[in-house]
Write a protein that binds this ligand. Structure first.
Ligand code: UDP
Ligand code: MG
Length: 315
């Protein structure tokens, strides 16, 4: 049985690229159908994320010309991650596998073949990973790669140099649907699903037309979103700093008293610096302690599934 594939493409003001993208993806899907790798019912699903240009009209035209193209229109702009999720969740009951890819085709469409092969090898999730960042500026490469390292250090399980070009099977999507959180950072959440997963490397090109919808400001806020929605380590750092300062303050107290006994100080100095150091440390510890509980509440409110069963042998 060939798997039914849905390609999911979030689009925000993409009128410059959409027709060409549709053309390239259609050829890709048709060739996969011809090779009998995927079912003839496979589709290309565009999600219009509240575009202000002609994106939705173009999707409509594509759909009326050829039913291989489907479209979802969101009521307003909700951002890339939400648009992608809308597509994935709508497709999960209609297909066996989804592959998410950006509308500007910066990601190599030939990696799609390899992803499908990996799926047939038994992988429920296949991550597209960028092999080189030749087309990136030094600044973009440096900031992006530092971000991956930082978030890993903060304890989130994230695939290095993987964005949102990935294959997800119906099974993995159904499990993923149990993650109810509102702050979405998909590339950090998907690995939490588990199951056997694979990697396909590819080279990322430059956008062939139109402008990036991720200017620096949006990129920074996305990075911040990733850190704060995946990790409570920043709060824990406060506690550690608090304990460290408190420890240092004990050493300082010894030093201050030594100065005091040797009469190297003016009246009142010793008591003031002792209170500054000790209280500072104690306050940081207290804030950290409160933070620990807030962190716990934060995690609880996400209602993430406690476990996902992969197999159950019981006869
Ligand atoms: N996108 C979206 N909603 C938004 C911003 C972007 O659906 O609010 C889509 C956009 O149309 C594209 C993908 O997300 O398909 C990635 O955006 P872009 O290529 O501009 O980001 P970059 O590749 O520059 O990081
Ligand atoms: Mg892009």
């Amino acid at each position: 049985m060939q798997a039914n594939l849905y390609l999911i493409i979030p689009c925000y003001n993409e009128q410059e690229v959409l027709n060409k993208t549709a053309d390239v993806l259609q050829k890709k899907v048709l060739s996969l159908i011809e090779q009998k790798k995927i079912s003839p019912n496979s589709k290309i699903l565009f999600v219009d994320d509240g575009s202000k240009d002609n994106t939705w009209q173009i999707i409509n035209e594509l759909h009326s010309k050829d039913k291989i193209f489907s479209g979802i229109k969101l009521s307003r702009n909700r951002g890339h991650q939400n648009a992608l999720l809308a597509g994935l969740m709508s497709a999960k009951n209609l297909c066996d596998i989804t592959i998410s890819i950006d509308a500007d085709l910066q990601d190599d469409t030939d990696a799609i073949d390899k992803m499908i092969d990996k799926y047939y090898e038994g992988n429920e999730i296949v991550y597209g990973v960028r092999s080189a960042r030749k087309t990136d500026t030094f600044f973009k490469k440096f900031t992006a790669e530092s971000f991956y390292k930082l978030i890993k250090f903060l304890g989130a399980d994230i695939i290095f140099n993987h964005a949102d070009f990935r294959l997800m099977s119906k099974k993995s999507l159904e499990s993923f649907a149990n993650f109810n959180e509102v702050n979405l950072f998909l590339r950090g959440l998907v690995p939490m699903v588990g199951f056997k997963s694979g990697i396909v490397t590819y080279e990322r090109h430059e956008r062939f037309a139109g402008e990036s919808k991720y200017p620096l400001k949006k990129m920074l806020s996305f990075a911040w979103e990733g850190i704060t929605s995946l990790s409570v380590k920043p709060i824990k750092l406060i506690t550690s700093v608090g304990f460290f300062i408190f420890f240092v303050s004990i050493l300082m107290v010894a030093y201050f008293l030594f100065q005091f006994i040797n009469k190297n100080t003016v009246a009142g100095w010793t008591s003031i610096v002792i209170s500054v150091w000790m209280l500072g440390g104690l306050q940081l510890i207290s804030i950290g302690l409160i933070g620990e509980y807030i962190g716990k509440i934060y995690i609880e409110t996400k209602h993430r599934p406690k476990f996902i069963i992969e197999k159950f042998l019981n006869e």
